[in-house]
Ligand binder design. Sequence first.
Ligand code: F6R
Length: 602
Amino acid sequence: MCGIVGVVGNKRAKEIVLTGLHKLEYRGYDSAGIMLSENAEFTVKKTPGRVAELEKEVVGIDGFSTGIGHTRWATHGEPKEENAHPHLSKSGRFGLVHNGVIENFSELKEKYLTDVTLAGETDSEVIVEVVDYFSRKGLDTMSAFTSMLKEVKGSYALALIDIEDDSRLFLAKHKSPLLIGLGEDFNLVGSDAMAMINETNQFVEIMDKERIVLTANTMTIYNENNEEVVRDAYTAEIDASDTEKGLYPHYMSKEIDEQPAVMRNLIQEYLTTEGASKIPTNIISDMIESDRIYIVGCGTSWHAGLVGKKMLEELTGIPVEVHLASEMGYDMPLLSKNPYFIFLTQSGETADSRQVLVKVNELGLPSLTITNVKGSTLSREATHTLLLHAGPEIAVASTKAYTSQIAVMLLLGKALGEEKNRKVAKELDLIHELSIVAGVMETLIDDKDVYDRLTREYLETTRNAFYIGRGLDYAVSLEGALKLKEISYIQAEGFAAGELKHGTIALIEEGTPVIGLISNEVTSAHTRGNIIEVESRGAKAMVIALEGLDKPGDDIVLPHVHSLLTPLVMAIPLQFIAYYASLHRDLDVDKPRNLAKSVTVE
Ligand code: F6R
């Protein structure tokens, strides 16, 4: 949440910062701002709304070689110019961008800023004034910056410019992501590698509580104890083109279409050509000791966890619980004797999930993060990591990361089940089954016009919708409903099909859209019965059924796949339905209101 980018020592500073901000808009897009500086000449421009708006404000402003920029997801204070970053201290000497939440900003205000009238309501404005306060007390900039950091409680990724020495950027990080990019005779900083990938593929990690002084040619890292730290750069595997839309109208449509390739990629990453698991043996040996697996996640990742539970239980015989991170952090259930934690997080930065991991680490328990982002906070802090290998996911609504999370849990379940000598795991040929899934995904992706038509027919004017299913279909119905509500703003609920009659069926009226999911032989007749019940009360039911369980009149028939893998294909029409519902309402598919992709506040 909130994106930061900065550059020092490059005359294209404005262009570099704006390009970076565009790439970081997935982190928040309520407002944007830029500060450019050289030889104590500087300019600050801020605007509510998107980076495209900011771009209009800086036309013709050129020639600066130091810059910082920010794209905001509002936490403290509404999205307006005064609350947008960079914040300039009242003295006009310091400019700062911040990502994170300063929990004690009111106390800091009372302690240091009784004589300062703040322009906005943000916690971030307070901390730049605190730097200014210490500087006015006679401290040099690094000491003033450090003194401010010593006072601060909360999370931050920070970049500060001192107008009086704008050949340096002062940086710090704690619990919010920040990365250094190394250019030739210039250096960069950003919330992620994508923000800098057009300029470099050489990056240096920053650890929590470190401070950095960055110039065009030097990078000095200090740890908490004020000791200098030497750290090598690494080469990023992503390509600038991975972050472009290409010919697609939206990132979401591109990312939906990429799912067959992701499935094939996962086969290569996690299985040998003979079908043996490539999952590191230390993960399997840690897990095999456990008597209960706890899956932790939020939103779509939590939904993937619900699917993963059924797969892992079936393949390994180990009981699995799935928990919402935001609940578990403050309401830890009674744990089994040998628990094993799996953190599902596409971004690897989600604050709710991280606070559970912090507690798990305090308890000394083993954990695995399944994430799309190598080197992300939850990846670094868990015992082990498995990557999703899905490529950058930029649309706020998660699609390929969801199916990839499911597939990785399947691969993990098979490897663990085989190690436990489970027949069901040994008999599951995942090269074969995931290849079939990839092929079926392609067939479904080719049917875009069908989803476009069905979305018009069922969801064109509705204010609400229901998704119903049983078992794995229920888990997928929750995800289908979330996709629809987050990008089309149609109020949608996923329901266990048999549960509607226990209360919620009261909401069904003439024309209410109900999307029924049927992929399980054992429960298909019951779900069909539930669909008839809602139709009898006026609902317009769209039925999506797996081949073999389909009936004449069903709207979408999914080609047959292995019964454990049905969520991977059921997800595709649901993602498209949400996509078209958003498109038909003329909404911003990739950047829905009030949301951000990386949720770094609790
Ligand atoms: C919805 C979506 C969110 C995320 C959730 C957790 O499309 O993407 O619900 O799944 O915010 O994010 P991660 O997976 O990054 O921890």
